[in-house]
Design a protein around this ligand. Structure first.
Ligand code: ZN
Length: 244
């Protein structure tokens, strides 16, 4: 099986189309989305509809998705994020809201657990440190846990003896070892924050046990123009080009 693994689309249709075009070319069998389909960007409705229509998709809820659905107090978000969450609610048709708000907080598929934040706090925890990752390794039974939320790709490998956190820079293919367990973040499709503005996503090939990260060009200027025409916050428009 070849799984498309992606996260944090954040209503960025141009970036999502770049990722889906790549997946089509690579003939993936199945899709896994680690949450935050909406928030920040200009095309929430279009992004939800494209993702909902993907064949064989496993998707979980992110913190922005939860906020748009009223499941999370928006006081926790910074001003600009809050503004777009309120704006996003008004853009969705009933069927979009129904899909978004029906997403599970956790999913399990083929020896992978899928959450947005962490197994400990599926919606909210930012997994950043080795200590956090070691703790979370105890909280799922599958070999791999796929996460999103931090908008920076990484691969954490833990075994009884040792553990290692690798921040992934650019394109990388890595073979997963049977004696190790992993927490993996494919990075963000629609708002990367690792100083690289290219859309980030991945493919997991279970036969080869190979996890491949990739960065993809997309039309950032069009996304920025749409954000400006919809009067979304200037700071959010500028950060896309910086990957910050
Ligand atoms: Zn996010």
């Amino acid at each position: 099986m070849r799984y498309a693994v992606f996260s944090d689309i954040h209503s960025n249709l141009e970036a999502l189309n770049a990722a889906l075009g790549y997946y089509k070319k690579e003939s993936v069998d199945s899709y896994i989305c680690c949450g935050d389909i909406v928030g920040y960007g200009p095309d929430p409705k279009e992004c939800i509809e494209l993702i909902a229509a993907l064949p064989d998709i496993t998707a979980v809820m992110g913190n922005h998705d939860a906020a748009v659905c009223g499941f999370k107090d928006i006081r926790w978000f910074h001003e600009q994020a809050k503004e777009v969450i309120i704006w996003t609610e008004k853009q969705l048709a009933e069927k979009d809201t129904k899909y978004l708000c029906g997403l599970p907080r956790k999913a399990s598929i083929n020896d992978m657990t899928v959450v947005h934040g962490s197994p400990s706090e599926p919606i909210n925890e930012y997994l950043l440190t080795v200590a956090q990752m070691k703790e979370n390794l105890k909280l799922f039974t599958e070999q791999i846990c796929l996460v999103g939320h931090t908008h920076a790709p990484f691969i954490f490998a833990g075994s009884k003896k040792e553990s290692e956190l690798l921040e992934v820079k650019g394109d990388l293919k890595i073979i997963l070892e049977t004696g190790k367990r992993y927490i993996i973040n494919p990075g963000s499709v629609g708002q990367p924050r690792d100083s690289n503005p290219l859309a980030s996503c991945a493919i997991y090939d279970t036969a080869k046990r190979e996890f491949g990260f990739v960065r993809l060009k997309y039309d950032i200027k069009t996304t920025q123009r749409k954000m400006a025409s919809k009067k979304l916050p200037q700071y959010l428009i500028e950060r896309l080009a910086l990957g910050s």
